[in-house]
Ligand binder design. Structure first.
Ligand code: ATP
Ligand code: MG
Ligand code: FE
Length: 346
C-alpha cells in the first residue's frame, strides 16, 4: 500500500510518499519546500506569508514527490494530512489540498496529529517502534509523551509552560546577532565555546519540582541580562561561550526530565523528535544519559526531525495498516488539536 502525506502546519510545505512492506514502512519520496527565507527579516514565522507560500508550493511539491517515488497518482492508496496543531491558515492549505487529492483519486483521507507524526517518522529509519517515551522539541512545541503505540492514543506527561525549546534557541540567536532560524547557528558556534562559562538557570528543576513541564523564559531573560551587562561594561560578548552555556542549560533540562520520565513510566526506549532534535549537543547528552540508564535512544536523522511530509505519510501508513477508519471528507483544520487526538474522526 502506498500513502502520500502532506504537511503544512508551519513554514514547510512537505509532501512524502511511503510504502508499507509487511509490518515495515519504507520511504519513497520526501519533498520539502520551505518559506523560511521569507520570514528571516521578521525574525519569526509570519502566518500570512507562510499560507501564501504553501499555496504556491503545494501542487509542484506533489508532482515532484510522485516523480521522485517513480509512481503515478493512480498508485496512491491513501492520503494523510496534518490536521493540527499549527497555524490555521497554513494548515488549511494542506487540508484543502489533501481533500482534493483524496476525492480526485477516490482514496481514503487521514487527518492526523502533527506531534504523533513526529514520533511515527522514526519507523522509516529504524523500523517498528516499541512502546516509548517521546521528547518532541521544535519551534512550537516542547512535550514529553508516553507512547504505547504509534497509531494509538498517547499520554502527555509534560510540556513547556512558556517558550518552546526551538523558540528559545531562535530568540537567543537573535540576541547574539545570529541569523534566523537560530537553532542550527547556536549549535554551530557553541562547538567552539565552553558550556560551563556561564551558569545559566535550569527552569523547573528545583528539589521540589517533580513535574515533567519545561520553562525557558527565565533562561532567555538571564541570557539577555548577561549580554546587556557585558555590553554596558563595554566588554565584547564571548558569543561562543554564551551560546554553549545557553545550549547546555536547555539540553541538560530536556535530557534529565526525559530520562527520568522514561524510568518512571518503565519505558526502555526514548525517542527524540522535532527540529531541536537535530541539535548535536542534545543528541550527544541524550545518548550519554540513556547509556547510563540502560535506555535505548532513537533519534531520526536531522532531515526527518524537522517538519516534513514523510512523517505524515508514515503515520498514515501505520493507521491504514492497523485498519483505522478514514477521517470524514469535511474534516476541519484544528490549530489547537490536542496531542491525545491522533486521528480526526477516531
Ligand atoms: P512545529 O513546532 O509546528 O513543529 P517548526 O517549524 O518550529 O514547527 P521544526 O521544523 O520541527 O518545527 O523545527 C524548527 C525549530 O528547530 C526552529 O526553532 C529551529 O531553530 C530549531 N532547530 C533546528 N535545528 C536545530 C539545531 N541544530 N539546534 C537547535 N535547534 C534547532
Ligand atoms: Mg519549520
Ligand atoms: Fe513540527
Amino acid at each position: 500500500m502506498i500513502v502520500l502525506g502532506i504537511e503544512t502546519s508551519c513554514d514547510e510545505t512537505g509532501v512524502g510518499i511511503v510504502r508499507t512492506e509487511g509490518g515495515a514502512v519504507a520511504l519513497l519520496a520526501n519533498e520539502v519546500a520551505s518559506s523560511v527565507d521569507e520570514h528571516a527579516r521578521f525574525g519569526g514565522v509570519v502566518p500570512e506569508v507562510a499560507s501564501r507560500a504553501h499555496l504556491q508550493a503545494m501542487v509542484p511539491a506533489v508532482r515532484r514527490a510522485l516523480a521522485a517515488a517513480g509512481i503515478a497518482a493512480r498508485d496512491v492508496d491513501a492520503v494523510a494530512v496534518t490536521a493540527g496543531p499549527g497555524l490555521t491558515g497554513a494548515l488549511l492549505v494542506g487540508v484543502a489540498a489533501a481533500k482534493a487529492y483524496a476525492t480526485a483519486w477516490d482514496v481514503p483521507l487521514y487527518g492526523v496529529n502533527h506531534l504523533a507524526a513526529h514520533v511515527a517518522v522514526d519507523t522509516l529509519q529504524h523500523g517498528p517502534l516499541p512502546p516509548c517515551l517521546a521528547l518532541l522539541v521544535s519551534g512550537g512545541h516542547s512535550s514529553l509523551l508516553d507512547v504505547p503505540d504509534i497509531a494509538g492514543p498517547v499520554t502527555p506527561l509534560g510540556a513547556t509552560i512558556d517558550d518552546a525549546a526551538g523558540e528559545a534557541f531562535d530568540k537567543i540567536a537573535r540576541l547574539l546577532g545570529l541569523p534566523f532560524p537560530g537553532g542550527p547557528h547556536v549549535d554551530r558556534v557553541a562547538r567552539d565555546g565552553d558550556p560551563r562559562a556561564v551558569a545559566f538557570p535550569r527552569g523547573l528543576t528545583g528539589p521540589r519540582d517533580a513535574s515533567f513541564d519545561f520553562s525557558f523564559s527565565g533562561l532567555k531573560t538571564a541570557v539577555a541580562r548577561h549580554v546587556e551587562a557585558l555590553e554596558r561594561a563595554g566588554t565584547p560578548v564571548p558569543v561562543a561561550d554564551v551560546a554553549a552555556s545557553f545550549q547546555e542549560a536547555v539540553v541538560d533540562v530536556l535530557t534529565a526530565k526525559a530520562v527520568r520520565a522514561a524510568r518512571e513510566r518503565g519505558m526502555e526506549t526514548l525517542l527524540l523528535g522535532g527540529g531541536v532534535a537535530a541539535n548535536s549537543r542534545l543528541r550527544a547528552l541524550a545518548q550519554e544519559r540513556c547509556d547510563a540508564a540502560g535506555i535505548v535512544l532513537r533519534v531520526p536523522r536531522p532531515g526527518l526531525c524537522t517538519d516534513n511530509g514523510a512523517m505524515v505519510a508514515a503515520l498514515g501508513a501505520h493507521l491504514l495498516a492497523g485498519g483505522a477508519a478514514a477521517s470524514p471528507l469535511d474534516l476541519p483544520a484544528d490549530s489547537s488539536m490536542p496531542v491525545t487526538e491522533v486521528l480526526v474522526g477516531s
